[in-house]
Design a protein around this ligand. Sequence first.
Ligand code: KMH
Ligand code: ZN
Length: 268
Amino acid sequence: MDKLIITAAIVGAEVMRADTPYLPITPEEIADQAKQVYDAGASIVHLHVRDKDGMPSQDKEIYAETIHLIKQRCDIIIQVSTGGAVGMSDEERLQPISLSPEMATLTTGTVNFGKDVFLNTPKQLIRFATEMQKYGVCPEFEIFDAGMIANAMYLVKKGYITGHLHFDFVLGVPGAIPATADHLLFLIRQLPVSASWSVAGIGANQLRMATFGILLGGHVRVGLEDNIYYRKGELATNKALIQRVVRIAEELDRPISTSGEARTMLKL
Ligand code: KMH
Ligand code: ZN
């Protein structure tokens, strides 16, 4: 098995400060926590940013400042979000791509998202993939539902995406594919053999899905974007969520990758 790549989703677009005081908001706070999770064993930070009021933003300048501060602190791989928040325009969502980060997310389909709809039409997918190719950004396919894998492979077949293929299964969003072992195994079986994958479980599913990811030879994403609790009734920090995955992986004899090793595995 490859070494374990841990992605830290430390901000997101849905969790608010009112939900947890541990959510980083400002570029400084986000960069400080990126350094904390890097030191704890994460090799990728999945990055959203917030405006001055703590609301989700895709503002290029805020991303630029945050990325600058993260790079001053550590060598973690930066993966910007192109999902942003539900309802944002393509132009808003695509802003951080022109900063040429190493990676960015690419959700390959439309999905119910709680009470909302996360819209990703076929035309949008081609536009987002084209922008990523233009700026040399490696996509991570965000798979919220089974059909999104076929949509991703369509982009590959048509040449909109080239190079190594990396998928992140996001399981347990209300309205999307549930977070069960059965669903995860089904998704893994749909991938080309050369692809790599990680898994993120939403809410209380996070710990179980992370453990499956470690056991099955995939990679793991955890963080406050997906889950704010360490256990029922106890709020988590990003650092503690990463540390827990590291401890479980060590017990299961799965070594943790450095960011350098992750770059090699993902062919960045
Ligand atoms: N906030 C969600 C609507 C991504 O970062 O690409 C989308 C999301 C996925 O978080
Ligand atoms: Zn995200």
